[in-house]
Design a protein. Structure first.
Length: 160
């Protein structure tokens, strides 16, 4: 009987120690717009016109021409970036976009890593590396609101 009681107690402790399912986190404004525009240049699922419009935004041109009511959706499965704090020149990111997986290194990886930091995604570190990672990133860019320069129009949600 004591063994059963102890087993139940240990099982309860083990369940309590497991992390709860991650709630989605939202980032908005310039961080979300920057994150979407940096990712867009690597997303084969976006149209050339959408990538060009987002590139204009990143270059500081919110009044770039677009169709009225245009909404751009950017979705990734996962992004994992790593920067070295021992190997200081090491930057690497892996991006999963649908069935596509790509690896960025060097300057492109650093740009994505730094943009994730700017967007407020928490860092984690271990064994000579600092990590930025998200799952299920979904960004929605509303072109009319970006061109209004109201501070609205860019929202990204993700889990960690």
């Amino acid at each position: 009987m004591k063994k059963v009681a102890l087993s139940v107690i240990f099982a309860a402790i083990a369940l309590a120690a497991q992390p709860a399912s991650a709630a989605p986190t939202t980032t908005e404004g310039f961080g979300a717009l920057s994150l979407a525009t940096v990712l867009a240049q690597h997303d084969p699922l976006l149209t050339v016109a959408d990538r060009a419009l987002l590139a204009h935004y990143l270059a500081g041109y919110p009044q770039a021409l677009h169709h009225a009511g245009l909404v751009i959706h950017l979705n990734t499965g996962a992004i994992a970036c790593r920067a070295g704090d021992v190997d200081l020149a090491m930057h690497e990111c892996t991006i999963k976009l649908g069935a596509h997986t790509m690896t960025l290194t060097g300057r492109n990886a650093h740009e994505l890593y730094a943009t994730m930091v700017e967007a407020g995604i928490p860092s984690d570190g271990a064994a000579g590396s600092i990590y930025e990672s998200v799952n299920g990133l979904q960004c929605v860019i509303q072109a009319d609101q970006i061109s209004d320069e109201s501070g609205d129009g860019a929202v990204c949600t993700y889990t960690q």
